[in-house]
Ligand binder design. Structure first.
Ligand code: TRP
Length: 333
């Protein structure tokens, strides 16, 4: 039953809605990755409660994200798709690893410093030990690769340090995974402030996967192009970041090259270009939105997906956990 494919794992925090930047960045490449690798993807619900959550909202978001991911092409038959809290071994391993992680190294995590500055009223222990839970998430599946965004690089580094430290004491228990920092293709910028990444914190410049067509069109029609009056669709990222960003989105949505786009809009100006990008995005998202809506109405199916996912994941996770428990000297139950 063991496959010979390399193992890849990534977690996604269900802390917000997916947007076009997420989709054209990493997400669009996942369907090809699941063909090539033995992939584990999970919704990191345990991680979200380091910041206060509205329980009903959290539940809804997890369902919605699960439906979104499946609609985007993460076929649950071809990868292991599950919810983190459904596999208790993550938390169990995290406790063990807590005891092999130093207070000093956690104190140096830049994300901890940032987040505690932003949530000064709730600097909880979970926020502090978050990287250890993430290390457990990873190491318990013995993956070869962990694709993450640049902001998570330090967390994968500490995971490697913890694994090496543990292996140094007990022998080769954990595979030490390689981070894969995603730069692939698109880095989509905000439509309203094109020098910043598209992000849910600036909703007007951010096109969500589930936005209605009229909202998508409005956001694109209002997109910032450039401050000069050239009014010409030309790919010049330094001079015209707003236009370059729209061209990138249009190119990704339609498969056209920058040269083709320049020709298509020669002499037409931004007034024609911006709604055309909007329409291309509406068309790109239409099947994903329809499939997400369909799946959300089929709770029984979604439940069958996350149950089967948790079962597959638990099998592998428990194997690693048993090995770890034995190594540290716990008596087998
Ligand atoms: N911390 C990651 C994020 O905020 C999510 C995550 C949790 C994760 N566990 C993981 C990513 C394990 C990769 C591997 O984006």
């Amino acid at each position: 039953m063991e496959s010979t494919k390399k193992v890849m794992l990534s977690g996604i925090q269900p802390s917000g809605e997916l947007h076009v930047g997420n989709y054209l960045g990493p997400l669009r490449h996942w369907p090809t990755m699941i063909e090539e690798y033995d992939c584990y993807f999970f919704l990191a619900d345990l991680h979200t409660i380091t910041v206060r959550q509205e329980p009903a909202e959290l539940r809804q978001r997890v369902y919605k994200l699960l439906a979104n991911y499946i609609a985007c092409g993460l076929d649950p038959e071809k990868c292991t798709l599950f919810i983190q809290s459904h596999v208790p071994a993550h938390s169990q391993l995290a406790w063990v690893l807590d005891c092999y992680t130093m207070f000093g190294e956690l104190s140096r995590m830049t994300q901890f410093k940032d987040k505690s500055a932003r949530n000064a009223d709730n600097i909880n222990a979970g926020l502090f030990t978050y990287p250890v839970l993430m290390a457990a998430d990873i190491l318990i599946y013995q993956p070869d690769f962990v694709p993450v965004g640049e902001d998570q690089r330090q967390h994968v580094e500490i995971c490697r340090d913890i694994a090496n430290r543990f292996n140094g004491v007990y022998g080769e228990v954990f595979k030490v995974p390689e981070p894969v920092i995603q730069k692939v293709g698109a880095r989509i910028m905000s439509l309203s402030t094109p020098d910043k990444k598209m992000s849910k914190s600036q909703p007007e410049g951010c096109v969500f996967l589930m936005d209605k067509p009229e909202d998508i069109m409005r956001k694109f029609k209002r997109a910032i192009t450039d401050s000069d009056t050239e009014n010409c669709v030309r790919y010049a990222p330094e001079e015209k970041p707003g236009v370059a960003n729209l061209m990138q989105i249009y190119a990704s949505a339609t498969g056209k090259s920058y040269g083709e786009i320049e020709k298509e809009f020669a002499g037409k100006g931004y007034g024609a270009f911006k709604p055309a990008v909007g329409e291309a995005v509406v068309e790109m998202l239409r099947p994903i939105q329809a499939e997400t809506e369909r799946l959300l109405k089929d709770k029984a199916y979604l439940e069958s997906v996350y149950r089967a996912g948790a079962e597959k994941a638990s099998y592998v996770a428990n194997k690693t956990l048993r090995k770890v428990y034995k190594k540290v000297g716990f008596i087998q139950p």
